[in-house]
Design a protein around this ligand. Structure first.
Ligand code: MTE
Length: 317
């Protein structure tokens, strides 16, 4: 199996304190620790000369396992889908700038033996942060390659011990309409919810992301913690999670509730099954001029195709 994972020694202090993390000295220190541990080679962010007091913009020559270069930090933090803030991709970053991401807790419960509410600091201490360079394919037919830092969802779920009755995992985004103006829109059933089958949630590719380019994740990308499921359309990768619940029934999801014929529960990337209003055969990689063909399971078939043995995926849009 292709090695998609790299351990990255991101210290919780650097993730929780954005100010400290962004200070140039700490950033250099972190990069040195990473390289000296010989764990971060291709992905080591290079730091260019900066004017006094400027925040360093990380850059990288890293690629995914197929050789695709990672998108620039500016692309990743400047072009976002986050309907709680805006439906305009360029407006999400400025509108989410002052979103409160600390203190933050994630309640994990439902059909588990050991329900627990974790503070963000606990999550960063309990689970070592790894770098995962994943392709993100939006259902709207654009894509990016993103160097996440985070930890496997499986490690968190194992800690709370799902009971034998647990078959699905339900995720919920924070509901805070006073800070998220989009949640005032009656067009959507807030809060944003998503769901996975338990075996999908336990797959080693499924992560909870807390960083991008080794920096603490910013509000527009789902701070302080969001799901990343790289073989599914991007809408499954729910942002700013406050609740994870193990259930016996398949959970409702926001997009499936609004339009079940357009946004399936499974939503596995599939170039052979078009969205009712557009083709899914190709995609626009942000930063590139020509379109590229879309890969089944977004190129992660080796790791996940077995989860759907015997299922008719054309019916599982
Ligand atoms: N999560 C919440 N809570 N709200 C959203 O609007 N948009 C989804 C997903 N997670 C969304 C969300 C969609 S459609 C995509 S493509 C990805 O987030 C985009 O993630 P990015 O902005 O970090 O690239």
């Amino acid at each position: 199996m292709t090695n998609l994972f790299k351990s990255i020694p991101v210290r919780s202090s650097e993730i929780t304190s954005k100010k400290a993390y962004f200070s140039r000295r700490d950033f250099m220190k972190a990069a040195t620790i990473a390289t000296s541990a010989a764990l971060l080679t291709a992905c080591a962010p290079s730091v260019t000369e900066l004017p006094q007091n400027a925040e360093p913009v990380p850059t990288s020559n890293a690629t995914d396992e197929l050789g695709n270069p990672v998108n620039t930090y500016d692309d990743i933090i400047g072009y976002n889908n986050y309907y709680e803030f805006s439906t305009n991709k360029e407006a999400v970053a400025p509108l989410s700038k002052n979103f409160t991401t600390a203190p933050w807790t994630v309640e994990v419960g439902g059909l588990v033996n050991k329900p627990k509410t974790f503070g963000m600091e606990d999550l960063l201490k309990l689970f070592s942060q790894e770098e995962r360079i994943y392709r993100l394919r939006c259902v709207e037919a654009w894509s990016m390659v993103i160097p996440w830092t985070g930890f496997s969802l499986a490690s968190l779920l194992k800690m709370v011990e799902p009971t034998s009755a647990a078959k699905y995992v339900r995720f919920e985004t924070v509901y805070r309409p006073e800070e998220m103006k989009g949640q005032g829109s009656p067009l959507y059933p807030w809060p944003y919810q998503e769901g996975l089958r338990l075996d999908e949630a336990m797959n080693e590719l499924t992560i909870l992301a807390t960083g991008i380019y080794g920096e603490a994740i910013l509000p527009q990308n789902g701070a302080p913690i969001r799901l990343v499921v790289p073989w599914k359309y991007g809408f499954k990768s729910i942002k700013s999670i406050v609740k994870i619940e193990l259930t016996s029934e398949r959970p409702n999801t926001l997009w499936n509730t609004i339009g079940s014929n357009e946004y399936g529960f499974y939503a596995n990337v599939n170039p052979e099954v078009d969205h009712p209003r557009w083709s899914q055969a190709s995609e626009r990689r942000i930063g590139e001029l020509s379109r590229r063909p879309t890969e089944k399971f977004n190129g992660y078939g080796e790791q996940v195709a077995h989860l759907y043995d015997g299922m008719d995926l054309t019916l599982q849009y």
